[in-house]
Design a protein. Sequence first.
Length: 296
Amino acid sequence: MNWFIIVATDKHIHNKNTLIILLIFVGLLSMFLITRNNISWIKLLATSLLGAGGAVWLVSTCLLRRTIKFWRAVKYMMVVVSIFAISFSAFEGYVFRNAGYPPTFDTPQSDGTFTYTDKLNVSLNELVQSAENTLAFKLLRLEHPGEVGIRTILLFDYQVSISLSLGSSATCYFSALVGDPYRVEAGTGDLTPFLKEYPRQQRNEDIQQIDNLGLQWYYDRAIEAYQNETGTTPEINRLGTSINVFNPSEYKGLYVNMFGSYMNEDDYHDVFHVRFYPNGTIAELNCQNVPIIINR
């Protein structure tokens, strides 16, 4: 009878230990698979605790068969950290995929699309603020403390994208298609050279200057430049706009890029590309009239 109780108890302990091992494994796996590119201090801490604590617990409990209170405390800590790791990763994954909508997509056309003229009324500060007000961004700020800076803003007919630097080692990317919420990705890398060459204050001043003039103003200047260069008015039905750093070694500041094109069922025309400094001075002008035939 005593032998049966001992065997049953050992089996119960074995099953319990197996469950804890599985929980630790799932916790570690969630840290690497869900939002895996976002390497933060929270994830590093949880991974270190799971790795080191799990190894200590496995050796002491499963191999040495020790059950004193200290090792039991380690076991319970592993359970708590594993549950936290799984819950945190799942929560982060959810908010990264459902981070809210940019103001540009609040009132889509009946066919679910936007004309390029809709984008010309966008405030860049408002657009950036829409990303910074999301729960996803607040979570990223917790994971990557430090200065926030604007890196790139992209405005296309069907997409809005914003990339922001967090501290000196992380970049987050907010991207939304028409009808869909922001989706967020984060990556790590040394941003020190970029931040040193192009400090936050200058970036904010550039964005404010662009907003003061307005994207419509840059568009009108692009059309005028094309007319002066070619003697004709451009025919376009697509307009892409990007605000980004092009070549810091030449000019340490943001550029406003406008890409005009024409597309129908048979061909695609790159019509013009105009690059502006924030004050509206044209840095580069390319006019193209050669159609690119689409293979169908």
